[in-house]
Write a protein that binds this ligand. Structure first.
Ligand code: AVJ
Length: 325
C-alpha cells in the first residue's frame, strides 16, 4: 500500500514537472496559476479576500445571500451541492441553509486541490449542524471520482469566486464538458464570474496597498523551487498586475528588475530573463453575461438563470445539464 502511494506521489510530481517545463518554455514564460495555492498561498489568498480593494469575494457573498432562494428555485430540488474549489467554504453556507430550510438535508461535497483548504472547509462546516461535508482532494479540471448520486433530487455543481476567469475559452468549455459528463440531465451548475467593470477598480483589486497580492504572487516562485529544486530568487522580481482591455483580463506578472539566469533544477536548463522581462502567473478574466452563457452552452449546459450584483461587477450564471442527443 505504502509503495503504491509513493509511486502515485512520484507520478504526480513528474506530471507537474512536465507541466511547468512546458509553461516556462513558452514565450513569454508562464507558471500555471494553480501553483499559487500551496499552504502559504492559500492562506495569503484568504487574506487577499479581506483587503478593502479586493471586491469580488464580498460582492459574490452578498449576491449568494440575497439570491439563494431564487437560485434553488431555478435549479429545482437540489439534494447535493458539489463545490469545485471549496477553499475556505466562506460563501456556500447560505445555499446550504436554504436547502435545510426547505426541510431537506443537503449533502455537501467539497472538491479542492489543497489539503489545507479542505481542512479549512471542514473546520467552517463543523459549525453547521445538519450538513455532513464530504471532502475530495482533486484537481477539478480532471476526472472526478464522485460518490453515488443522492437517492432523489438533483446535484448542483458550483464554481464560485471567479475561478473560471483563470481559464481561456477552450479550457472553460473543456471544464464544463467534463463536468457535464459526470452529471445527469436535470442536474445543474452555478458559476460565479467577474463582469466587466471600471479598469481602475479592477487594477486596484490586484494591487492592494498592504502588498498581500504581491506576496501571494511572489510565493509561487517558492512553490516551484520546492517542487523542482530550481533557484528562483523572489527578491529579483516585482509584482505587476495590469488590466488588458483587449483580452478583457487582469494579468499577473513577475517582472525581473535585473537580468537573471535561473537554474531550473529538475526542470533542466536555465531560464534567462533580461531586465524588465517577466513571467506570467495568472489571467483573471472579466466576462459579459452573453459570453458566459455561450461558454456554458458549448460545454453542454442550457442557461437557466442569471443573478447579477447591483453594481454590475459580478454575476452568477445557472446552467442546467442538457439532454445528450
Ligand atoms: C481565486 C482566481 C478568483 O482571479 O481574482 C486574487 C485569484 N489573484 N488576487 C482572482 C487572485 C490575485 C482570484 N481567483
Amino acid at each position: 500500500m505504502q509503495g503504491a502511494r509513493e509511486s502515485r506521489g512520484e507520478g504526480e510530481r513528474e506530471a507537474q514537472l512536465d507541466e511547468l517545463r512546458e509553461a516556462l518554455g513558452r514565450t513569454p514564460p508562464q507558471i500555471p496559476c494553480k501553483y499559487l495555492y500551496d499552504d502559504r498561498g492559500s492562506a495569503l489568498f484568504e487574506q487577499i479576500t479581506q483587503q478593502p480593494e479586493y471586491y469580488p469575494t464580498r460582492t459574490e457573498r452578498g449576491l449568494l445571500r440575497a439570491e439563494a432562494g431564487a437560485i434553488l428555485s431555478a435549479a429545482g430540488r437540489v439534494e447535493e451541492v458539489i463545490e469545485l474549489g471549496s477553499g475556505a467554504a466562506s460563501k456556500i453556507i447560505p445555499l446550504l441553509h436554504r436547502i435545510l430550510g426547505q426541510g431537506r438535508v443537503p449533502r455537501y461535497l467539497a472538491v479542492d486541490i489543497s489539503a489545507r483548504a479542505l481542512a479549512r472547509t471542514r473546520q467552517i462546516l463543523s459549525a453547521e449542524p445538519g450538513v455532513e461535508p464530504l471532502l475530495l482532494r482533486a484537481d477539478f479540471a480532471g476526472e472526478l471520482a464522485l460518490p453515488p448520486r443522492p437517492a432523489s433530487g438533483s446535484r448542483m455543481a458550483v464554481l464560485l469566486g471567479g475561478t473560471l476567469g483563470n481559464d481561456e475559452d477552450r479550457e472553460a468549455v473543456a471544464l464544463f464538458a467534463n463536468l457535464r459528463r459526470q452529471l445527469e440531465p436535470g442536474d445543474s451548475v452555478l458559476v460565479g464570474a467577474n463582469l466587466l467593470a471600471d479598469p481602475a477598480v479592477i487594477e486596484a483589486a490586484y494591487n492592494d496597498a498592504a502588498g498581500v497580492t504581491a506576496a501571494f504572487n511572489k510565493n509561487v516562485l517558492n512553490v516551484v523551487n520546492r517542487l523542482a529544486g530550481s533557484r528562483f530568487d523572489p527578491e529579483d522580481f516585482s509584482h505587476r498586475a495590469i488590466w488588458n482591455g483587449i483580452d478583457r483580463r487582469v494579468e499577473m506578472w513577475l517582472m525581473a528588475h535585473r537580468a537573471v539566469q535561473v537554474d531550473l533544477g529538475d526542470l533542466g536548463g536555465t531560464l534567462r530573463l533580461a531586465r524588465g522581462e517577466g513571467l506570467r502567473t495568472e489571467i483573471s478574466r472579466r466576462f459579459t453575461r452573453t459570453q458566459l452563457e455561450a461558454l456554458l452552452l458549448r460545454g453542454g449546459f442550457l442557461p437557466a438563470g442569471w443573478f447579477g450584483s447591483d453594481d454590475g461587477r459580478f454575476g452568477l450564471a445557472l446552467g442546467r445539464a442538457a439532454t445528450v442527443h
